[in-house]
Design a protein around this ligand. Structure first.
Ligand code: TXA
Ligand code: MG
Length: 348
């Protein structure tokens, strides 16, 4: 299959591009498109055959449900049994935006593989002109996971999608680099208090400001749960080829560790905030100013992908504060590292 990449910007005939994308989607094919978080790989959420193509193109395990993207608030009651009061408030406040709400699904409306057999469905309205215009032209919901090969870091640029899915999907809409850079917050509002299943750009503090208490299990607590509530969170994820290890941000310890690894024959890549001073690492990927968590989030996946372009045999990533958006950054780094910390020389 040939993969076409079309740039959607103000100069070109946008309507024509959307019409082409809508045609392809209505034929039961998949299309990649930008959202404010990461690029998504969309298929009409009511078309079972089309949704199956998403799993196939990504190599995604079939027990991992997809988020349904909508273009207007009015559609929500078509897909869910009821909209809890909390959810109404959050929709008003944060949609369009990076918040996915898990609600009870109406039976028999969406393709069964969207929900991967669960009785609930995750819904969100993306805050990106291209995504919204596409949804509104299509007038149907789009099931869309992140548009990466399963296990890889999510794509924040059309070029990342092309790298991962070239030859496997017919069309990519290029809307530039995505602004937020990590996936939406997933919040289960079927329970009280609601539970954050995946931290993201809308933080616990922001949610609590609107609806009061919200629970946010730590990565360790999530691991201990026998049946993860967001099935996707149980897989090693967001990971480049070389193994990733977490390390505390302490210059001396990091440099000692790098020296030891190099002696063992490793080529070391270091992922740390841009203000990290001189390093003996073979590759250094600064991922934003430590004082600016939003910038760190926006650069994280690009940095992880950049590691794959090197011959590094090991990647060290520094930990950061878990406050605010830091919770989402640490969640993704923890997954990329499979929870592993590197052993620092001189400590046991
Ligand atoms: O920002 C985003 O959310 C991006 C863009 C494209 O919208 N999408 C995205 O989708 O990250 P995906 O499929 O990569 O991640 C969806 C997450 C997974 O962890 C999945 O298990 C969880 O949401 N999820 C989806 N439906 C669920 C449900 N009914 N119950 C619990 N978790 C659900
Ligand atoms: Mg994903």
């Amino acid at each position: 299959m040939k993969t076409v990449l079309l740039t959607v910007d103000k100069k070109v005939d946008k309507e024509k591009i959307y019409a082409q994308a809508v045609d392809i989607l209505n034929q039961g094919e998949v299309v990649a498109f930008p959202t404010e978080t990461v690029y998504g790989l969309g298929a009409v959420a009511t078309n079972e055959e089309a949704v199956k193509k998403i799993y196939k193109a990504k190599g995604r395990p079939s027990d991992n449900p997809l988020i349904v993207h909508i273009g207007t608030m009015e559609e929500v009651p078509n897909y869910v049994e009821e909209i809890p009061e909390n959810a109404k408030k959050l929709m008003e406040r944060f949609w369009p935006g990076p918040l996915t709400l898990i609600m009870k699904a109406k039976r028999g409306v969406l393709a069964t593989s969207v929900t991967a057999g669960l009785s609930t469905v995750g819904i969100r309205m993306p805050d990106h002109e291209v995504a919204l215009e596409l949804l509104r032209a299509l007038k149907k919901p789009l099931a869309a996971p992140s548009a990466n090969r399963s296990g890889k870091p999510s794509p924040t640029k059309a070029a990342h999608v092309y790298e991962d899915l070239k030859g496997r999907i017919p069309l990519i809409l290029d809307g530039g680099t995505t602004g937020i850079g990590i996936e939406s917050t997933v919040l289960d509002v079927t329970v009280n208090p609601p539970v954050i299943l995946r931290p993201g750009g809308i933080t616990k503090e922001m949610l609590e400001d609107e609806i009061g208490e919200v629970l946010e299990p730590t990565p360790k607590e999530q691991e201990l749960e026998s049946t993860p509530k967001a099935p996707g969170m149980k897989y090693t994820h967001y990971a480049p080829e070389a193994p990733v290890y977490l390390i505390e941000k302490n210059h001396e310890k990091i440099e000692q560790t790098i020296a030891k690894l190099k002696k063992e024959g490793h080529r070391v890549a270091l992922l740390a905030p841009s203000n990290y001073s001189a390093t003996s690492a073979d590759y250094f990927f600064p991922f934003g100013d430590e004082e600016d968590q939003k910038q760190m989030a926006a650069k994280l996946y690009d940095s992880l992908r950049a590691c794959d372009k090197t011959d590094a045999t090991i990647i060290l990533a520094t930990t950061t504060s878990s406050e605010g958006v830091g919770a989402a950054i640490m969640n993704r780094l923890f997954k990329a590292a499979g929870g592993k910390f590197i052993e620092v020389p001189g400590t046991e």
